[in-house]
Design a protein around this ligand. Structure first.
Ligand code: DAH
Length: 338
């Protein structure tokens, strides 16, 4: 093939893309390319011309290589520019998760009690009989044990229970610390109940305990009134109804004025104006003594509430099962700003 023709086609070859560049390389510079062929043809050139022709082929190869290199660089630059990051573009939205409503309520309740000096304590979910029942003044065979349907589990030789309430944690705190005690114990509890909109086999409670000299029922009432106002707003009021728990004497159940109608009566409070929120009472002297605290010197109060119940009142969730189904449509409603 004619050297001049090849030179002309090297010069006119259009390179607009990486694949054009590759075709160029194959056509002229590759192992089977036209320039390689020219070197092959050098054999048949008369000796006296070999040198001059060889030089021309070298020059042609240099021209082709230069063109190849310069297009390679400029194509790389074009590609780099098109990939450049535009810092002025708005960022892509990323999905953020949300706190579970029970976590939000638990956190809020803990913060309220933190402000009046209560510290968080925790205990195991698998409990022995002593901490879940006996130390809390439930004697063996006492019918009060049937107030809570218990799941029993074997742990080695020992029969254990999934704790039915977080009151077990107050026993552990009293056994391990000296008064004054101000503690709040959030945690999961278990009961052998059929799952429905109104009952579940596991749920969450927060237990409170205050032990010191001269703690009175009046202190209990004021603490709970403060709590209700912090949680439900300044207008909230409470009332106490006499009740029974083995570990407190006297015992009471506490209602808060209906958060929807503020006591006027509506279908949420079943036209009573009140909503039940917790159980409480003065810690029974038997419990203090069982836990190594001298009941002739110290007194105290305890209270326990269900986190689901409080969340239900705050967010009007009427089906308990929603809390553990992980339905994204439910959970999304608790994303901040929603
Ligand atoms: N442990 C009780 C329950 O699960 C709740 C409770 C009531 C806790 C009265 C207390 C209390 O500390 O004083 O139903």
């Amino acid at each position: 093939m004619d050297l001049k023709e090849i030179l002309a086609s090297v010069q006119t070859f259009e390179i607009n893309s990486a694949s054009d560049l590759e075709s160029f390389r194959i056509q002229f510079l590759g192992a089977k390319g036209q320039i390689k062929d020219l070197y092959g043809e050098l054999k048949s050139v008369p000796n006296e011309e070999k040198r001059a022709v060889g030089q021309q082929i070298n020059e042609l190869r240099q021209i082709a290589e230069d063109k190849f290199e310069s297009f390679k660089i400029s194509l790389a630059q074009v590609q780099h520019q098109s990939e450049k990051i535009d810092v002025s573009r708005p960022g892509a939205d990323s999905m953020i998760g949300s706190h579970h409503p029970l976590s939000l309520v638990r956190k809020e309740i803990i913060e309220i009690f933190n402000r009046i000096g209560y510290v968080v304590s925790e205990g195991p979910e698998i409990e022995d009989d002593w901490h879940n029942f006996s130390a809390l003044n439930f004697p063996p065979e006492h019918p009060a044990r049937d107030m809570q349907d218990t799941f029993f589990v074997e742990k080695g030789e020992q029969e254990m229970a999934l704790r039915t309430h977080t009151s077990s944690v107050q026993v552990r705190v009293m056994e391990n610390s000296k008064p004054p005690i101000r503690t709040i114990s959030p945690g999961r509890v278990f009961r052998n109940e059929a799952i429905s909109a109104r009952a579940h086999c596991f749920f969450h409670q927060i237990e409170g305990l205050y032990i010191d000299k001269n703690v009175s029922f009046a202190d209990l009432k004021q603490t709970l009134l403060f709590f209700a106002k912090e949680l439900f707003g300044e207008k909230a009021t409470i009332r106490l109804r006499p009740s029974y728990f083995p570990f407190t004497e006297p015992s009471a159940e506490v209602d808060v004025s209906c958060t929807l109608c503020h006591g006027k009566g509506c279908n949420v409070c079943k036209y009573s104006g009140w909503l039940e929120i917790l159980g409480c009472g003065m810690v029974d002297p038997n419990v203090l003594d069982a836990c190594g605290i001298d009941s002739t010197v110290y007194s105290g109060f305890a209270f326990g509430m269900g986190v689901e119940r409080i969340a239900q009142l705050k967010y009007r969730v009427t089906d308990l099962r929603l809390y553990s189904e992980n339905d994204i449509r439910f959970l999304k409603q608790f994303t901040p700003g929603n």
